[in-house]
Design a protein around this ligand. Structure first.
Ligand code: PBG
Length: 341
């Protein structure tokens, strides 16, 4: 016999608050808005270029002229910020393009500021896209000026890299960047950049630190997008071990001490525990980076008809906000704004 009426003595029935769209709207705890988004952009050398990135549907490498149009579209959708990645024409051992005034990113910053003056421009500050070996700084090698025979070959030289980060940050700030976002997991990077900016009349420029950035397989498609795979080894001598949770709090504490204005956890979905720990311990505005692999995974499954693209993309974004992110860096930014209506 099945019961036909709802007559059990259940005083508390949480389902009452899920009964209609209206009630669900009233009790919803996490609301995502366009203000939450930061859109990543890839800028490459050349003119009139819009090269699709195969593993990231709807994402492109854009030349500076096309980038300015794209930035305007993003601003018109109500998205407050973009984060820039550069693909320079020439790479070398120390990533010269990154600290040249006419480098690809400084050019891009100036073009965006002209096309969309109110759009906040964040400059991803790292050397991997600019070095010929694809690592995030200067590598200890016998053929370069910084070679130190006491240290292993292939070791990323921390302190010489800080000097380059200082130079490049000042150049990007002078080009008009509002926020510098060091992403190399180089020890001392936040303090070094803060001081360099302050010493060069750029004290108004904020630092958003990739505070807990893991050595992740989910960056796979990005390395095609930014043409920056390491030519030997991987990034595990400087990026964090995915197995470590407590260590993230140490990394975050260091960046807070060094004067970071904003923090970041990256990747996002596989690291929501880290984001939630951060939220519990710190009050600084925090972003989470839903990285290329997270984006590609949803797209690939949706293409096969295994997942609903819109629903799962928005669900993943909501989860990231629910876990504690104030800002979400996501390749879904434009689509999400359109889907949210
Ligand atoms: C390093 C950088 C990377 C990403 C952002 N900044 C690559 C890496 O650390 O290997 C990855 C972003 C993504 O996968 O979407 N400059």
């Amino acid at each position: 016999m099945t019961e036909k009426t709802e007559n059990r003595p259940l005083t508390i029935r949480p389902r009452r608050l899920r009964l209609s769209t209206g009630i669900r709207r009233m009790v919803r705890e996490t609301i995502v808005t366009p203000d939450d988004f930061i859109a990543p952009l890839f800028v490459r050398f050349g003119e009139d270029e819009k090269r699709p990135i195969a593993s990231m549907p709807g994402q492109f490498q854009l030349s500076v002229d096309k980038l300015a149009e794209e930035a305007k579209d993003i601003a018109d959708l109500g998205i407050p910020a973009v984060i820039l990645f550069g693909i320079p024409e020439h790479k070398d051992w120390c990533g010269t393009d990154n600290f040249s005034k006419e480098g690809i990113v400084p050019q891009a910053i100036r073009a965006i500021k002209e096309a969309a003056p109110d759009l906040v421009v964040i400059s991803d500050m790292c050397f991997c896209e600019y070095t010929d070996h694809g690592h995030c700084g200067i590598i200890n090698m016998p053929d370069n000026d910084h070679y130190n025979p006491e240290l292993p070959e292939g070791y990323l030289l921390n302190d010489p890299t800080l000097e380059l980060l200082e130079q490049a940050s000042v150049v990007h700030a002078e080009a008009g960047a509002d926020i510098i976002a060091p992403s190399g997991m180089i020890d001392g990077m936040v303090a070094a950049i803060r001081q360099a900016l302050d010493n060069n009349h750029q004290s108004q420029v904020a630092v958003m630190s990739y505070a807990a950035k893991y050595s992740s397989g989910f960056y796979g498609p990005f390395r095609d997008a930014a043409e920056s795979p390491p030519s030997f080894g991987d990034r595990s001598q400087y990026q964090m071990d995915p197995a470590n949770r407590r260590e993230a709090l140490k990394e975050i504490a260091l960046d807070v001490e060094q004067g970071a204005d904003m923090l970041m956890v990256k990747p996002a979905l596989p690291y929501l525990d880290i984001l939630s720990d951060l939220r519990r311990h710190y009050d600084l505005p925090t972003s989470a980076y839903q990285v290329s692999g997270e984006f590609a995974m949803i797209h690939a499954a949706a293409e096969r008809g295994w997942l609903d693209l819109e629903r799962t993309a928005l669900e993943s974004i909501t989860s990231i906000k629910r876990a504690g992110a104030d800002m979400i860096i996501t390749y879904f930014a434009k689509d999400a704004v359109k889907w949210m209506g």
